[in-house]
Design a protein around this ligand. Sequence first.
Ligand code: GLC
Length: 736
Amino acid sequence: MKKKQIVQLFGLLVFSVSVQAVAKDKNTPLYKDAKAPVEQRVEDLLSRMNLEEKIYQLNQYTLGFNNNINNLGEAVKNVPAEIGSVIYFEADPQLRNGLQKKAMEESRLGIPVLFGYDVIHGFRTVYPIPLAQACSWNPALVEQSSAVAAQEARMSGVDWTFSPMIDVARDGRWGRIAEGYGEDPYATGVYTVASVKGYQGDDMSSDKRVAACLKHYVGYGASEAGRDYVYTEISRQSLWDTYLPPYEAGVKAGAATLMSAFNDISGVPASANHYTLTEVLKNRWKHDGFVVSDWDAVVQLVNQGVAADTKEAAEKAFMAGVEMDMTDNCYQRHLAELVNEGKVPMQNIDDAVRRVLRIKFRLGLFDNPYTKEVKQEERLLLPQSLRAVEQMAEETIVLLKNADNVLPLSGAKKIALVGPLAKNQADLLGSWSAHGRAQDVCSIYDAMTREFAGKADIVYAQGCDFDGENRDGFAEALAVAKNADVVVLCLGEKRGWSGENTSRSTIALPAVQEELLAELKKAGKPVVVLLSNGRPLELVRIEKQADAIVEMWQPGVAGGKPVAGVLSGRVNPSGRLAITFPYSTGQIPIYYNQRPPARKGNQGRYQDIPSTPLYEFGYGLSYTDYKYGTMKLSADKVKRGGKLTVEIPVTNVGGRDGLETVHWFINDPVSSIARPVKELKFFEKQLIKAGETKVFRFDIDAERDLSFVDSDGKRFLEPGDYYIIVKDQKLKISVE
Ligand code: GLC
């Protein structure tokens, strides 16, 4: 028999077996057949559903204790068996499995419930806040940490996390800046992809993976003046060149869902914005998952002045492209009526339900609706998880100042450890810390005591509280400082000072903290300031007084261990800022990728303060020194559609190994649409041993890396000169 006939015969055999598999049992509805293709199961189930059952799938209630004080949601005591989804606030799967059993056995079609929760930077093994993660420039660690969170969440009864938060933000007054990856669209996109991969893996049906949710779609980070829940002024141009890119990257990476935002977009609320939710997300990006509204974001359309009542709010949000309504029951109350009135076509309902069912099938919920109930010690705070998140925390730490190499603290025999954060545990968790517990956190004091055991004594004094007028502790703190070789002063923010609804009019720390520093300086000893905070801070006065400044962010359960390692020299700090630290609050907004001003020099500058930030994007010191060699191009001309490479050797000329990140920027000085003075297009972090040289390489794809977008997202690449920039070097390339 000829080869071709054998192949044909084999193909026929495979086909007939697969048909048999699909139709294996006539009594089992196709949607319950785990071997059938997802799309067939979706269509089969959809065809069996009535309107009420369909609408239930488009609603999300809450289940368990609601710990978000900003959302005084009504605990739904009697959650209907047909409900599409709940926000699940418990850390164990029992309650979830009880509701799931009700859904599988008491509802007509046995459609499993989808359990979501805010697993923003860890479930119980809390790792650094996303803003800190972004300063690690290590997407692999972000992916690994997200995988830890996914494993703990899924094994605890949560199938879906409302994360990653990928709102580009530049205003530190906005408390939610803590939850995102900083000011740069490209970097945010890279971290978005890493976290989606960590959460979802290659197969979301795994009992250690969860569905991701890109939020808050879109433009929430532009909330005017850093206030929360308000309006934005975002041009279509800025929408495309700044706020949408991370979402496009996340959708391309396969993110299952998105969450529509509270803010409006220049007058059209994000949760009723057909352009972003349907034209862009569904029609252009072909997203095949679904969009859930933010909490009450549908009913809030009335407050925002675009809906007269809850019924119109339901119609506007649904017809714009929000498939699921979080907690305000607008869809529950009005969608059937709107369908019967012909205002909402049934095909739109079907498309929305199709999207929700598709994600439930991909999560494997129809075939494995229940969470295996294993003991907490078998799924939470696992040793390998703790090691992973400690490494994450180490690489987020940014050394901002180190005068006279006062760090690392070698030789100190007595260390005065002072400040409101010195013995604190809870606030090191940061905002949105899910089921993280203060007792899981190693305080700075405990970490320092262990780190310096046998080398130095740690003597503690609180000195002051986070804020307030009480200076009674100053005298004791000064006495401890006078009696020590060096002072380590732990300042910063409470975890509740950042996150949702925590806007502050200033990014300076409370006066009492700065005054404690001034008081301690009277001891005449070196002062090292450690900062634990959820936003960029105004440090101009602290910078003048501190001999060293270490930005440790809010590290999660690793707590003080990583920073103790930095102070002892065990850890060489490698963090670089992913957010600009302004000279003062008055400079906001200030970010590295601003467009060029009309006038150069000192025109258009502030008359009373510098117009440059205190610490710029990408800034961070190391215990070693790096010498950058000369950038080299493989060619200085490139055709549209062409590629070229640029390399730069970096030598570690210091005395110890270090992790160095090279940030590759481009600049297009002349474009039909003015472009930022520079744009990050690639970054790479490498270990460089003392004395070693490593070559960093950027493979430039002209279309991808040099082009720009217009106000409707159309990418264009214009001929002309472009520059590749690394630190103070820039090389010209010409696009022909
Ligand atoms: C909150 C937040 C959102 C969160 C949701 C559910 O209001 O804006 O980020 O995922 O409600 O808790």
